[in-house]
Ligand binder design. Structure first.
Ligand SMILES: [Fe+2]
Length: 409
C-alpha cells in the first residue's frame, strides 16, 4: 500500500547522503566504555586520556567515538559523496560549520573533511564527512555457509562459526562488527515529525515504511488519549518512519534512520539505539550469549530486546544497554532496497500490520523484553542506580558541558 501523502514534501534536498557512518558519545569513564566496546565486538583504533575511538571491519577509520565528559549521547555522522556536498550543507544549514579537515586523532586515523551543526529540533550534533580512508580489517571467521534442509551447501566441511571450534569454549566471545547500520532517534511527540522532514529536506532521506495511527472517525475513545491528542495537535497521524538513503538504482539499507515519538514524557530527544551490522545470525546470537554471560558475572550490561527478527527491515536483532544505558544493537540480514521501494503505510490500528509484539516475525514477548525499552537510557534497569548528575546529563540536551567537544569537531 502506498500513500504519497505521508512523504515529506522534498523537491530538492540539500544533499543525498550516502550512509550513516559513526556515532558520538561522551562518558565520564572511558575505561568502562573501552571494556564495553571490546565486549560488543568493536576494535579500538585509538585511545588516550580524552577519547576512545573504535572501528569495525569495513574500510572506514572508525564508527564509534566516546569522549571524556558527562554521560551523554552527542550525535552521529552522515557520509556524503563529495566535497561539494559538504559545501552545500555549509551553505544551506543554519549554524553549520565551514568545511574543514577532520582534526585530532580522528583525522590521523583516516583523514577526510567534515561539517557539523547542532540540529535545533532535537539538539543532536549532526556531522557530515567526505573523503575518509582506511583499509578493511580481516575477519577472523569469514562468511558462513548454512546447510538448509534439503539443500546442502556445505559438504565435507565442519561448521566452525566461532573460530574456536577446538578447544570448545564456554563463551566464544564477542561477534565481529562490520559497520554502523542505523541510528534510531526518540524525539518528543510533534517535534518528531519535523525531524523526519528535516532528514528528507537536508539529507534526501526517503520513507520506506511509515507507521500511521489511522483512527476511524468517531473511534477516538478506543485509542490512547495521548496519541489522539498528538494527532489533533499536529494534524498528522504519522507515529514513526523508517527512512533510508536515496541511492537511486543502487541498493541501500531499508532504514538508516528511524524516528520514534518519545511518549514517556521525557522532555528532550534521546538516542533510542544505534545498530551495528554483524555477519550472520550466529554472530547475533553469539553477542547475546556473550553479554548474558558477562551480565551474569556482574558486568553493567542489561538486555533491552532480543533476540528476534523484525517485520519492518527484517533484521535479526539483539539490543543491550551499555554501561550508561545507551542501547547498542547487533543485527544482520536486513533488507536492501533501491529508491523504487515504497513508501509503505503501516496502519497501527490494525494488529495484523503492527502485530501484538512490537513488530516481530519472531522474538521474545514484550513482557520479557521489547520495544518499550528503546525510548532512551531512562529505560535501562540500571538507570535509577546511576548518580544524580549522570541521570541528568543523560537526559538533557544541554550541550554546554560538552561545548569544548562540539567546538573541536
Ligand atoms: Fe534497530
Amino acid at each position: 500500500m502506498t500513500d504519497t501523502a505521508t512523504l515529506p514534501e522534498t523537491a530538492a534536498p540539500v544533499v543525498k547522503a550516502k550512509d550513516v557512518t559513526y556515532i558520538r558519545f561522551s562518558a565520564p569513564d572511558l575505561d568502562v566504555m573501552e571494556t564495553f566496546v571490546a565486549d560488543f565486538g568493536l576494535v579500538v583504533a585509538h585511545r588516550d586520556d580524552d577519547v576512545l575511538i573504535s572501528r569495525g571491519l569495513e574500510p572506514m577509520p572508525f564508527l564509534h567515538v566516546v569522549q571524556r565528559g558527562p554521560a551523554k549521547f552527542i550525535g552521529w555522522a552522515f557520509e556524503v559523496d563529495s566535497e561539494d556536498d559538504l559545501l552545500a550543507l555549509a551553505g544551506a544549514v543554519p549554524g553549520c560549520s565551514p568545511v574543514h579537515d577532520i582534526g585530532g586523532a580522528e583525522g590521523q586515523l583516516g583523514g577526510g573533511r567534515r561539517v557539523h551543526f547542532v540540529e535545533p529540533i532535537t539538539g543532536f550534533v549532526l556531522e557530515a564527512v567526505y573523503g575518509q580512508q582506511a583499509e578493511p580489517l580481516a575477519t577472523r571467521r569469514g562468511r558462513i555457509t548454512y546447510n538448509h534442509a534439503g539443500v546442502a551447501e556445505r559438504i565435507g566441511v565442519e561448521q566452525d562459526v566461532s573460530g574456536n571450534r577446538r578447544p570448545i569454549q564456554k563463551d566464544p566471545g564477542a561477534p565481529e562488527v562490520y559497520r554502523l547500520g542505523h541510528v534510531v532517534a526518540a524525539v518528543p511527540p510533534g517535534a518528531h515529525q519535523f525531524f523526519m522532514k528535516f532528514l528528507a529536506d537536508t539529507f534526501g532521506m526517503l520513507v520506506s515504511d511509515s507507521a500511521r495511527m489511522i483512527i476511524p472517525p468517531g473511534a477516538e475513545e478506543h485509542f490512547p488519549p495521548p496519541l489522539v491528542e498528538l494527532i489533533k495537535t499536529t494534524g498528522s497521524d504519522v507515529m514513526f518512519q523508517f527512512m533510508r538513503m536515496d541511492r537511486g538504482a543502487a541498493d541501500t539499507d531499508h532504514h538508516s534512520i528511524l524516528v520514534l515519538p518519545l511518549m514517556d514524557g521525557t522532555p528532550a530527544a534521546q538516542l533510542s539505539h544505534a545498530a551495528f551490522e554483524v555477519f550472520s545470525m550466529d554472530d547475533v546470537f553469539r553477542g547475546h550469549m556473550h553479554f548474558r554471560e558477562l551480565a551474569t558475572q556482574g558486568a553493567p550490561y542489561s538486555l533491552a530486546w532480543g533476540v528476534g527478527r523484525h517485520v519492518y527491515g527484517s533484521q535479526v536483532y539483539d539490543y543491550w544497554h551499555d554501561p550508561y544505558g545507551h542501547v547498542h544493537e547487533h543485527m544482520c540480514d536486513g533488507d536492501r532496497v533501491d529508491a523504487s521501494f515504497g513508501p509503505n503505510v503501516i496502519d497501527m490500528t490494525d494488529p495484523g500490520q503492527m502485530g501484538h509484539n512490537g513488530g516481530n516475525q519472531w522474538g521474545p514477548t514484550v513482557e520479557k523484553s521489547g520495544v518499550h525499552n528503546l525510548n532512551g537510557p531512562q529505560c535501562d534497569p540500571k538507570f535509577a542506580d546511576q548518580p544524580d548528575d549522570v541521570r541528568a546529563s543523560l537526559l538533557s540536551r544541554d550541550l554546554s558541558e560538552v561545548q569544548h567537544i562540539v567546538d573541536a569537531l
